[in-house]
Design a binder for this molecule. Structure first.
Ligand SMILES: C[S@@+](CC[C@H](N)C(=O)[O-])C[C@H]1O[C@@H](n2cnc3c(N)ncnc32)[C@H](O)[C@@H]1O
Ligand SMILES: [Zn+2]
Length: 388
Protein backbone atom coordinates (compact mmCIF):
# COMPACT_ATOMS: atom_id res chain seq x y z
CA UNK A 1 0.00 0.00 0.00
CA UNK A 2 1.13 3.54 -0.79
CA UNK A 3 2.52 5.49 2.18
CA UNK A 4 -0.09 8.07 3.12
CA UNK A 5 -0.36 11.39 4.87
CA UNK A 6 -3.53 12.68 6.55
CA UNK A 7 -4.32 16.07 5.07
CA UNK A 8 -7.37 18.19 4.33
CA UNK A 9 -8.83 20.33 1.57
CA UNK A 10 -11.98 22.46 1.63
CA UNK A 11 -14.22 20.85 4.23
CA UNK A 12 -12.91 17.29 3.88
CA UNK A 13 -10.18 15.19 5.44
CA UNK A 14 -8.04 13.41 2.97
CA UNK A 15 -5.35 10.75 2.69
CA UNK A 16 -2.80 11.76 0.10
CA UNK A 17 0.48 10.08 -0.89
CA UNK A 18 3.36 11.00 1.40
CA UNK A 19 5.54 13.60 -0.34
CA UNK A 20 7.10 16.99 0.23
CA UNK A 21 4.49 18.89 -1.80
CA UNK A 22 6.18 22.28 -1.26
CA UNK A 23 9.31 21.04 -3.04
CA UNK A 24 7.71 18.87 -5.73
CA UNK A 25 7.82 20.44 -9.19
CA UNK A 26 4.57 20.09 -11.14
CA UNK A 27 6.15 17.56 -13.54
CA UNK A 28 7.28 15.41 -10.61
CA UNK A 29 3.71 15.12 -9.30
CA UNK A 30 3.08 12.68 -12.13
CA UNK A 31 5.52 10.27 -10.46
CA UNK A 32 3.45 10.04 -7.29
CA UNK A 33 1.98 6.54 -6.83
CA UNK A 34 -1.44 8.22 -6.61
CA UNK A 35 -1.87 11.67 -8.11
CA UNK A 36 -2.60 14.67 -5.89
CA UNK A 37 -1.88 18.24 -6.97
CA UNK A 38 -2.35 20.93 -4.30
CA UNK A 39 -1.97 23.50 -7.12
CA UNK A 40 -5.36 22.39 -8.43
CA UNK A 41 -7.20 23.11 -5.17
CA UNK A 42 -8.72 26.27 -6.65
CA UNK A 43 -9.88 24.33 -9.75
CA UNK A 44 -11.78 22.13 -7.30
CA UNK A 45 -12.98 25.19 -5.31
CA UNK A 46 -14.47 26.45 -8.57
CA UNK A 47 -16.12 23.09 -9.28
CA UNK A 48 -17.75 23.08 -5.83
CA UNK A 49 -19.02 26.66 -6.15
CA UNK A 50 -20.31 26.04 -9.66
CA UNK A 51 -22.18 22.91 -8.54
CA UNK A 52 -23.67 24.76 -5.57
CA UNK A 53 -25.09 27.31 -8.00
CA UNK A 54 -26.21 25.01 -10.79
CA UNK A 55 -27.01 21.62 -9.27
CA UNK A 56 -30.72 22.48 -9.05
CA UNK A 57 -30.84 22.77 -12.86
CA UNK A 58 -30.35 19.01 -13.20
CA UNK A 59 -32.36 17.83 -10.19
CA UNK A 60 -30.88 15.33 -7.72
CA UNK A 61 -27.22 15.16 -8.71
CA UNK A 62 -25.49 11.86 -9.30
CA UNK A 63 -21.85 12.63 -10.06
CA UNK A 64 -19.28 10.54 -11.87
CA UNK A 65 -15.71 11.54 -10.91
CA UNK A 66 -14.31 9.80 -13.97
CA UNK A 67 -10.57 10.25 -13.31
CA UNK A 68 -10.65 10.55 -9.56
CA UNK A 69 -7.05 9.90 -8.30
CA UNK A 70 -7.48 10.36 -4.49
CA UNK A 71 -11.20 11.09 -4.99
CA UNK A 72 -10.77 14.60 -3.58
CA UNK A 73 -13.07 16.28 -6.11
CA UNK A 74 -15.98 13.87 -5.74
CA UNK A 75 -15.62 13.73 -1.95
CA UNK A 76 -15.59 17.51 -1.70
CA UNK A 77 -18.68 17.60 -3.92
CA UNK A 78 -20.44 15.03 -1.70
CA UNK A 79 -19.71 16.96 1.50
CA UNK A 80 -19.64 20.60 0.40
CA UNK A 81 -22.32 20.97 -2.30
CA UNK A 82 -23.70 18.45 -1.14
CA UNK A 83 -24.06 15.96 -4.02
CA UNK A 84 -26.17 12.97 -2.85
CA UNK A 85 -24.49 10.20 -4.88
CA UNK A 86 -20.94 10.05 -6.25
CA UNK A 87 -19.35 7.34 -8.39
CA UNK A 88 -15.54 7.34 -8.53
CA UNK A 89 -13.26 5.80 -11.11
CA UNK A 90 -9.54 5.45 -11.69
CA UNK A 91 -7.52 3.03 -13.79
CA UNK A 92 -4.82 2.95 -11.13
CA UNK A 93 -5.68 0.23 -8.58
CA UNK A 94 -3.65 2.02 -5.86
CA UNK A 95 -5.74 5.14 -6.46
CA UNK A 96 -8.91 3.08 -5.94
CA UNK A 97 -7.59 1.90 -2.56
CA UNK A 98 -6.93 5.50 -1.53
CA UNK A 99 -10.39 6.57 -2.78
CA UNK A 100 -12.00 3.87 -0.63
CA UNK A 101 -10.06 5.05 2.44
CA UNK A 102 -11.09 8.65 1.75
CA UNK A 103 -14.73 7.65 1.28
CA UNK A 104 -14.68 5.88 4.67
CA UNK A 105 -12.81 8.78 6.29
CA UNK A 106 -15.54 11.18 5.23
CA UNK A 107 -18.48 8.91 5.99
CA UNK A 108 -19.95 8.64 2.48
CA UNK A 109 -19.66 4.87 2.01
CA UNK A 110 -23.42 4.43 1.72
CA UNK A 111 -23.78 6.92 -1.13
CA UNK A 112 -20.77 6.13 -3.32
CA UNK A 113 -19.15 3.41 -5.40
CA UNK A 114 -15.64 2.95 -6.80
CA UNK A 115 -14.74 1.61 -10.26
CA UNK A 116 -11.31 0.55 -11.46
CA UNK A 117 -11.83 0.84 -15.21
CA UNK A 118 -10.55 2.71 -18.23
CA UNK A 119 -12.35 6.07 -18.30
CA UNK A 120 -12.96 5.74 -22.03
CA UNK A 121 -15.01 2.57 -21.54
CA UNK A 122 -16.66 2.97 -18.11
CA UNK A 123 -19.36 5.39 -19.37
CA UNK A 124 -20.43 2.85 -22.07
CA UNK A 125 -20.51 0.14 -19.43
CA UNK A 126 -22.70 2.27 -17.13
CA UNK A 127 -24.91 3.14 -20.10
CA UNK A 128 -25.44 -0.54 -20.82
CA UNK A 129 -26.25 -1.20 -17.15
CA UNK A 130 -28.79 1.66 -17.33
CA UNK A 131 -26.90 3.41 -14.52
CA UNK A 132 -27.47 7.10 -15.12
CA UNK A 133 -25.43 10.01 -13.75
CA UNK A 134 -26.16 13.66 -14.52
CA UNK A 135 -22.83 15.31 -13.74
CA UNK A 136 -19.56 13.94 -15.12
CA UNK A 137 -16.22 15.44 -14.20
CA UNK A 138 -13.34 14.82 -16.61
CA UNK A 139 -10.01 15.80 -15.07
CA UNK A 140 -7.29 13.89 -16.93
CA UNK A 141 -3.55 14.15 -17.43
CA UNK A 142 -3.39 16.18 -20.67
CA UNK A 143 -6.20 15.97 -23.16
CA UNK A 144 -9.81 15.21 -22.17
CA UNK A 145 -10.63 14.29 -25.79
CA UNK A 146 -10.75 10.47 -25.39
CA UNK A 147 -13.29 10.78 -22.57
CA UNK A 148 -15.68 13.33 -24.04
CA UNK A 149 -17.68 11.12 -26.42
CA UNK A 150 -18.14 8.23 -23.94
CA UNK A 151 -19.25 10.72 -21.27
CA UNK A 152 -21.70 12.49 -23.57
CA UNK A 153 -23.11 9.12 -24.63
CA UNK A 154 -23.84 8.34 -20.97
CA UNK A 155 -25.58 11.70 -20.56
CA UNK A 156 -27.37 11.55 -23.90
CA UNK A 157 -30.76 10.30 -22.69
CA UNK A 158 -31.21 12.90 -19.99
CA UNK A 159 -33.20 16.06 -20.51
CA UNK A 160 -30.47 18.07 -18.78
CA UNK A 161 -27.02 17.27 -17.50
CA UNK A 162 -23.66 18.89 -16.83
CA UNK A 163 -20.13 18.10 -17.93
CA UNK A 164 -17.07 19.56 -16.19
CA UNK A 165 -13.85 19.33 -18.20
CA UNK A 166 -10.21 20.18 -17.51
CA UNK A 167 -7.59 20.24 -20.29
CA UNK A 168 -3.86 20.60 -19.66
CA UNK A 169 -2.62 19.81 -23.18
CA UNK A 170 -2.14 23.51 -23.72
CA UNK A 171 0.78 23.37 -26.16
CA UNK A 172 -1.51 21.46 -28.51
CA UNK A 173 -4.58 23.66 -28.03
CA UNK A 174 -2.58 26.91 -28.02
CA UNK A 175 -1.07 26.41 -31.45
CA UNK A 176 2.43 25.08 -30.84
CA UNK A 177 1.47 21.81 -32.56
CA UNK A 178 -1.33 22.62 -35.05
CA UNK A 179 -1.20 19.19 -36.69
CA UNK A 180 -1.57 17.40 -33.37
CA UNK A 181 -4.48 19.69 -32.51
CA UNK A 182 -6.06 18.83 -35.84
CA UNK A 183 -5.64 15.11 -35.17
CA UNK A 184 -7.03 15.25 -31.63
CA UNK A 185 -9.67 17.97 -31.84
CA UNK A 186 -10.31 18.11 -35.60
CA UNK A 187 -9.50 21.82 -35.52
CA UNK A 188 -6.65 23.99 -36.73
CA UNK A 189 -4.81 26.01 -34.06
CA UNK A 190 -2.00 28.47 -34.69
CA UNK A 191 0.27 30.67 -32.58
CA UNK A 192 -1.43 34.07 -32.61
CA UNK A 193 -1.55 36.71 -29.84
CA UNK A 194 -4.94 35.35 -28.71
CA UNK A 195 -3.99 31.63 -29.04
CA UNK A 196 -5.18 30.93 -25.52
CA UNK A 197 -8.66 32.08 -26.40
CA UNK A 198 -8.57 30.08 -29.64
CA UNK A 199 -7.50 26.98 -27.64
CA UNK A 200 -10.35 27.42 -25.17
CA UNK A 201 -12.79 27.81 -28.04
CA UNK A 202 -11.41 24.78 -29.93
CA UNK A 203 -11.98 22.66 -26.82
CA UNK A 204 -15.54 23.99 -26.43
CA UNK A 205 -16.26 23.50 -30.14
CA UNK A 206 -15.04 19.91 -29.95
CA UNK A 207 -17.38 19.18 -27.03
CA UNK A 208 -20.34 21.02 -28.60
CA UNK A 209 -20.02 19.15 -31.91
CA UNK A 210 -19.95 15.76 -30.17
CA UNK A 211 -22.93 16.81 -28.05
CA UNK A 212 -24.83 17.83 -31.19
CA UNK A 213 -24.14 14.45 -32.77
CA UNK A 214 -26.06 12.97 -29.83
CA UNK A 215 -28.92 15.46 -30.21
CA UNK A 216 -27.76 17.61 -27.31
CA UNK A 217 -27.47 21.36 -27.22
CA UNK A 218 -24.34 22.60 -25.40
CA UNK A 219 -24.36 25.81 -23.41
CA UNK A 220 -21.27 27.14 -21.67
CA UNK A 221 -22.04 28.89 -18.38
CA UNK A 222 -18.34 29.13 -17.37
CA UNK A 223 -15.16 28.41 -19.28
CA UNK A 224 -11.78 29.83 -18.44
CA UNK A 225 -8.03 29.70 -18.71
CA UNK A 226 -6.01 29.66 -15.48
CA UNK A 227 -2.53 28.55 -14.42
CA UNK A 228 -1.63 25.55 -16.63
CA UNK A 229 -5.15 24.51 -17.58
CA UNK A 230 -8.46 25.22 -19.27
CA UNK A 231 -11.62 24.47 -17.32
CA UNK A 232 -15.09 24.39 -18.83
CA UNK A 233 -18.55 23.59 -17.58
CA UNK A 234 -21.09 22.60 -20.21
CA UNK A 235 -24.84 22.34 -19.69
CA UNK A 236 -26.32 19.75 -22.06
CA UNK A 237 -29.97 19.88 -23.03
CA UNK A 238 -31.78 17.28 -25.10
CA UNK A 239 -33.28 19.13 -28.04
CA UNK A 240 -32.77 17.47 -31.41
CA UNK A 241 -34.97 20.12 -33.05
CA UNK A 242 -32.99 23.31 -32.52
CA UNK A 243 -29.54 21.72 -32.07
CA UNK A 244 -28.61 22.36 -35.70
CA UNK A 245 -29.59 26.03 -35.50
CA UNK A 246 -27.65 26.30 -32.24
CA UNK A 247 -24.60 24.66 -33.77
CA UNK A 248 -24.65 26.94 -36.81
CA UNK A 249 -24.93 29.98 -34.54
CA UNK A 250 -22.12 28.96 -32.24
CA UNK A 251 -19.54 27.10 -34.33
CA UNK A 252 -17.33 29.00 -36.73
CA UNK A 253 -13.79 29.86 -37.70
CA UNK A 254 -11.50 32.84 -37.35
CA UNK A 255 -9.78 34.15 -40.44
CA UNK A 256 -6.48 35.62 -39.31
CA UNK A 257 -3.81 37.56 -41.18
CA UNK A 258 -0.39 36.60 -39.80
CA UNK A 259 1.17 39.70 -41.36
CA UNK A 260 -0.95 42.57 -40.03
CA UNK A 261 -3.16 40.92 -37.39
CA UNK A 262 -6.47 41.50 -39.24
CA UNK A 263 -9.08 38.97 -38.15
CA UNK A 264 -12.72 38.13 -38.73
CA UNK A 265 -15.27 35.43 -37.86
CA UNK A 266 -16.20 33.12 -40.73
CA UNK A 267 -19.13 30.69 -40.80
CA UNK A 268 -19.49 27.75 -43.20
CA UNK A 269 -21.71 28.74 -46.12
CA UNK A 270 -20.27 32.27 -46.32
CA UNK A 271 -17.84 33.11 -49.13
CA UNK A 272 -14.27 32.61 -48.04
CA UNK A 273 -11.51 35.19 -48.40
CA UNK A 274 -8.10 33.87 -49.32
CA UNK A 275 -6.29 37.17 -48.76
CA UNK A 276 -6.33 39.79 -46.02
CA UNK A 277 -8.70 42.70 -46.58
CA UNK A 278 -6.13 45.14 -45.17
CA UNK A 279 -2.76 44.05 -46.53
CA UNK A 280 -3.41 41.33 -49.11
CA UNK A 281 -1.33 38.65 -47.32
CA UNK A 282 -2.59 35.04 -47.27
CA UNK A 283 -4.88 34.39 -44.34
CA UNK A 284 -5.04 31.41 -41.99
CA UNK A 285 -8.32 29.74 -41.09
CA UNK A 286 -8.44 28.76 -37.40
CA UNK A 287 -11.02 26.30 -36.12
CA UNK A 288 -13.69 25.01 -36.20
CA UNK A 289 -14.28 26.45 -32.76
CA UNK A 290 -16.98 27.72 -30.42
CA UNK A 291 -17.59 31.36 -31.42
CA UNK A 292 -20.53 31.85 -29.06
CA UNK A 293 -20.46 32.99 -25.44
CA UNK A 294 -18.65 31.02 -22.79
CA UNK A 295 -20.34 32.57 -19.82
CA UNK A 296 -23.77 32.90 -18.29
CA UNK A 297 -23.60 36.18 -16.41
CA UNK A 298 -25.97 35.13 -13.63
CA UNK A 299 -24.15 31.83 -13.06
CA UNK A 300 -20.71 33.51 -13.06
CA UNK A 301 -21.89 36.13 -10.55
CA UNK A 302 -23.44 33.56 -8.24
CA UNK A 303 -20.35 31.35 -8.52
CA UNK A 304 -18.20 34.32 -7.44
CA UNK A 305 -20.46 34.79 -4.39
CA UNK A 306 -20.29 31.08 -3.50
CA UNK A 307 -16.63 30.32 -4.11
CA UNK A 308 -14.36 29.88 -1.10
CA UNK A 309 -10.81 30.05 -2.37
CA UNK A 310 -7.40 31.43 -1.48
CA UNK A 311 -6.61 31.87 -5.18
CA UNK A 312 -6.83 35.63 -5.77
CA UNK A 313 -5.88 35.35 -9.44
CA UNK A 314 -8.73 32.92 -10.09
CA UNK A 315 -11.11 35.38 -8.42
CA UNK A 316 -9.77 38.16 -10.62
CA UNK A 317 -10.29 36.02 -13.73
CA UNK A 318 -13.89 35.29 -12.70
CA UNK A 319 -14.56 39.00 -12.07
CA UNK A 320 -13.18 39.92 -15.49
CA UNK A 321 -15.06 37.03 -17.10
CA UNK A 322 -18.32 38.43 -15.72
CA UNK A 323 -17.63 41.68 -17.64
CA UNK A 324 -16.04 40.15 -20.74
CA UNK A 325 -17.47 40.80 -24.17
CA UNK A 326 -18.60 37.26 -24.96
CA UNK A 327 -19.29 37.97 -28.62
CA UNK A 328 -15.68 38.72 -29.51
CA UNK A 329 -13.56 35.57 -29.93
CA UNK A 330 -10.16 37.33 -29.71
CA UNK A 331 -8.23 40.02 -27.92
CA UNK A 332 -5.49 42.52 -28.73
CA UNK A 333 -2.41 42.36 -26.54
CA UNK A 334 -1.51 45.94 -25.71
CA UNK A 335 2.17 45.23 -25.01
CA UNK A 336 2.45 43.93 -28.56
CA UNK A 337 0.54 46.92 -29.94
CA UNK A 338 2.74 49.45 -28.09
CA UNK A 339 5.92 47.63 -29.15
CA UNK A 340 4.81 47.60 -32.79
CA UNK A 341 3.93 51.30 -32.68
CA UNK A 342 7.03 52.19 -30.69
CA UNK A 343 4.96 54.02 -28.05
CA UNK A 344 4.86 53.87 -24.24
CA UNK A 345 2.80 51.21 -22.48
CA UNK A 346 -0.95 51.59 -23.16
CA UNK A 347 -3.36 51.62 -20.22
CA UNK A 348 -6.03 48.93 -20.72
CA UNK A 349 -8.87 50.91 -19.18
CA UNK A 350 -8.00 54.06 -21.15
CA UNK A 351 -8.11 52.21 -24.45
CA UNK A 352 -11.38 50.52 -23.49
CA UNK A 353 -12.94 53.93 -22.73
CA UNK A 354 -11.64 55.37 -25.98
CA UNK A 355 -13.00 52.44 -28.03
CA UNK A 356 -16.40 52.84 -26.35
CA UNK A 357 -16.45 56.59 -27.03
CA UNK A 358 -15.87 55.74 -30.69
CA UNK A 359 -18.84 53.36 -30.72
CA UNK A 360 -17.08 50.00 -30.33
CA UNK A 361 -17.81 47.50 -27.60
CA UNK A 362 -14.68 46.80 -25.58
CA UNK A 363 -13.79 44.86 -22.45
CA UNK A 364 -10.89 43.23 -20.63
CA UNK A 365 -9.93 39.59 -21.16
CA UNK A 366 -9.85 37.12 -18.26
CA UNK A 367 -7.12 35.28 -20.18
CA UNK A 368 -4.68 38.13 -20.68
CA UNK A 369 -4.80 41.03 -18.23
CA UNK A 370 -2.89 43.37 -20.53
CA UNK A 371 -5.32 42.90 -23.42
CA UNK A 372 -8.55 44.30 -24.83
CA UNK A 373 -11.43 42.41 -26.41
CA UNK A 374 -13.15 44.39 -29.11
CA UNK A 375 -14.67 43.80 -32.54
CA UNK A 376 -12.76 46.89 -33.78
CA UNK A 377 -10.05 46.22 -36.36
CA UNK A 378 -6.32 46.25 -35.66
CA UNK A 379 -6.16 49.53 -37.61
CA UNK A 380 -8.72 51.19 -35.29
CA UNK A 381 -7.04 49.75 -32.17
CA UNK A 382 -3.67 51.09 -33.32
CA UNK A 383 -4.95 54.52 -34.23
CA UNK A 384 -6.75 54.94 -30.88
CA UNK A 385 -3.78 53.48 -28.97
CA UNK A 386 -1.61 56.30 -30.31
CA UNK A 387 -4.01 58.85 -28.82
CA UNK A 388 -4.56 57.48 -25.28
C1 LIG B 1 -5.12 14.55 -13.15
S1 LIG B 1 -5.44 13.11 -12.27
C2 LIG B 1 -7.02 13.37 -11.57
C3 LIG B 1 -7.02 14.34 -10.45
C4 LIG B 1 -8.28 14.42 -9.67
N1 LIG B 1 -9.46 14.54 -10.49
C5 LIG B 1 -8.18 15.56 -8.68
O1 LIG B 1 -8.97 16.53 -8.75
O2 LIG B 1 -7.27 15.51 -7.82
C6 LIG B 1 -5.78 11.94 -13.53
C7 LIG B 1 -6.08 10.55 -13.01
O3 LIG B 1 -6.53 9.78 -14.12
C8 LIG B 1 -6.08 8.45 -13.97
N2 LIG B 1 -6.10 7.88 -15.33
C9 LIG B 1 -5.24 8.10 -16.34
N3 LIG B 1 -5.67 7.48 -17.46
C10 LIG B 1 -6.84 6.87 -17.14
C11 LIG B 1 -7.78 6.10 -17.87
N4 LIG B 1 -7.60 5.83 -19.15
N5 LIG B 1 -8.86 5.65 -17.22
C12 LIG B 1 -9.07 5.93 -15.90
N6 LIG B 1 -8.21 6.64 -15.17
C13 LIG B 1 -7.11 7.11 -15.77
C14 LIG B 1 -4.72 8.57 -13.33
O4 LIG B 1 -4.40 7.37 -12.64
C15 LIG B 1 -4.91 9.78 -12.42
O5 LIG B 1 -5.24 9.35 -11.13
ZN1 LIG C 1 -3.15 41.60 -43.31
Amino acid sequence: MVELLLSSEGKVKLYIPKADYKRLMSGELMNLPVFYNPQMESNRDLTIAFLKVTSRIIGKVCMLDLLAATGVRGIRAAIEVPVPVVLFNDLNAEACKVIRLNIALNGISGTSAVFNMDASTLPYYLYKLKTRVNYIDIDPFGSPAPFVEPSIKLLSELKRSILGVTATDLTVLFGRYPEKCYRIYGAWSHQVEYSKEVGLRILLGYIARIAASHGLKAEVPIALYHKHYLRAFIILTKSTKDTVKWLIENIGYILHCPKCGWRNIWKPGESLLARCEECGARIIKLGPMWVGRYKDLDIVRRTIINIRTKDKVLLKRLEILSNEDGDVPWFYNLDKVSKKLGIASIRVNKLISSLRVHGYSASRSHISFKSVKTPASMKVVESLAKLV
